[in-house]
Design a protein around this ligand. Structure first.
Ligand SMILES: NC(=O)c1ccc[n+]([C@@H]2O[C@H](COP(=O)([O-])OP(=O)(O)OC[C@H]3O[C@@H](n4cnc5c(N)ncnc54)[C@H](OP(=O)(O)O)[C@@H]3O)[C@@H](O)[C@H]2O)c1
Length: 337
């Protein structure tokens, strides 16, 4: 396999950090795009050569700063664009568009100017396709755009259109759509399952959240990493690939977590109206303290819908093999560090 120079944005994130390690271990020259303020603790130390032959470098910038992106793209063959604001709620919602949409537009502009890039693997999200109430969707689903639970969902749907338009203009972009990502790694805004389980085992979330028929597609982080690398190697530009996994409810996740840890299952479900009230209070608190809430009213809207997808296309074209929730939750501790 030819070793490539790859740029990873969102490298200090839950997904991006593990992607960097895997690319480095596979012998690529990895340029991790990080901010001056980023926590670098989960990244490998910069090196000129690991045992795999891989090299690792930090490049500083911000996806909203075009010049920093252009500089980072210099000499790169592949871009993994995973940087995003992944919160369900922010006090200033316009930031979702500036980071998640304008950041992607900057990346596409940098692609044109850099002249060396062969492929861009863009990390979209199941949210970009929209809810699937009562059925299982595939890559043919386009977000209706009529209603969004969260500003994050809206930004990912708008960015999806930007990515697909770029592909139709001939840019070599491969959008991939993970489900709810879980598994070991950094506890960030994106690591929702670990954050929920921390609340659960700390006793702050005493009951089930959501309803048994609220279903999501759960993707193990290492399967999503493999799917990204397969998209680099085999993904067809302009083709969308769902990197989703087992479709299940949060209730099932809590039950499996109880089984794995040999602890008691919750004995009741918390009604969504109570969670919503808690969400409003959390948002008020957040305005006072500046600390972002785990649960906010938009999260409750998400819990009121179903988000179930089929990853058959990725299975057949990318050799994507998502593990079951049971396998994924028992392999390693979910919370590292
Ligand atoms: N987590 C999920 O369940 C999930 C599901 C589907 C899709 N996705 C997608 O997967 C990608 C990665 O998500 P994640 O869970 O790894 O999120 P995360 O842990 O919250 O990481 C987000 C990353 O984006 C970076 N970032 C944010 N704003 C930036 C800016 N202005 N300039 C440069 N970098 C910036 C962050 O840098 P700092 O460290 O400096 O903050 C961080 O490295 C995202 O595109 C997300 O939409 C995630």
């Amino acid at each position: 396999m030819k070793k490539k120079v790859v740029l990873v944005t969102g490298a200090t994130g839950y997904l991006g950090g593990r992607l960097c390690r895997e690319l480095f271990n596979a012998g690529h020259h990895v340029k991790a795009f990080v901010r001056r303020t980023s926590d670098l603790s989960y990244l490998p130390p910069p090196t000129d050569g690991g045992s795999s032959g891989g090299t690792f470098e930090l490049v500083f910038g911000d996806v909203t700063d075009y010049q920093s992106l252009l500089q980072a793209c210099s000499g790169c063959h592949v871009i993994f664009h995973a940087a995003a604001l992944v919160e369900p709620w922010l006090p200033d919602p316009s930031r979702f568009i500036s980071v998640n949409v304008s950041g992607l537009k900057n990346m596409l502009q940098a692609y044109k100017e850099a002249g060396t890039i062969e492929k861009i693997v863009y990390t979209s999200s199941f949210f970009a396709l929209g809810p699937t109430d009562g059925y299982v969707a595939d890559e043919t689903q386009i977000h209706s755009g009529k209603f969004f639970c969260t500003e994050y969902e809206k930004s990912k749907a708008v960015a999806d259109k930007v990515a697909l338009d770029a592909a139709s203009e001939g840019m070599p972009i491969v959008p991939v759509y993970p489900g709810v990502i879980y598994g070991p790694g950094k506890v960030t805004a994106g690591n929702v399952v670990a954050r929920m389980l921390i609340e659960r085992f700390n006793g702050r979330l005493p009951g089930y959240i959501g309803q048994a028929n609220d279903r999501f597609s759960f993707s193990h982080v290492d399967d999503v990493v493999d799917g990204h690398i397969a998209a680099m190697d085999k993904g067809k530009p302009g083709e969308r690939y769902l990197l989703t996994g087992e479709n299940a409810s949060f209730k099932e996740v809590f039950d499996i977590a109880a089984m794995v840890t040999q602890t008691k299952r919750p004995s009741f479900g918390i009604p969504l109206l109570i969670i919503e009230a808690y969400g409003w209070i959390s948002v008020l608190f957040s305005k006072l303290t500046g600390k972002l809430p785990l649960i906010s009213p938009p999260t409750v809207c998400v819990l009121r819908h179903q988000w179930t997808y089929s990853c058959d296309k990725a299975k057949s074209e990318l050799d994507y093999h998502p593990r079951s929730l049971k396998e994924g939750l028992k392999l390693e501790p979910l919370i590292e560090g």
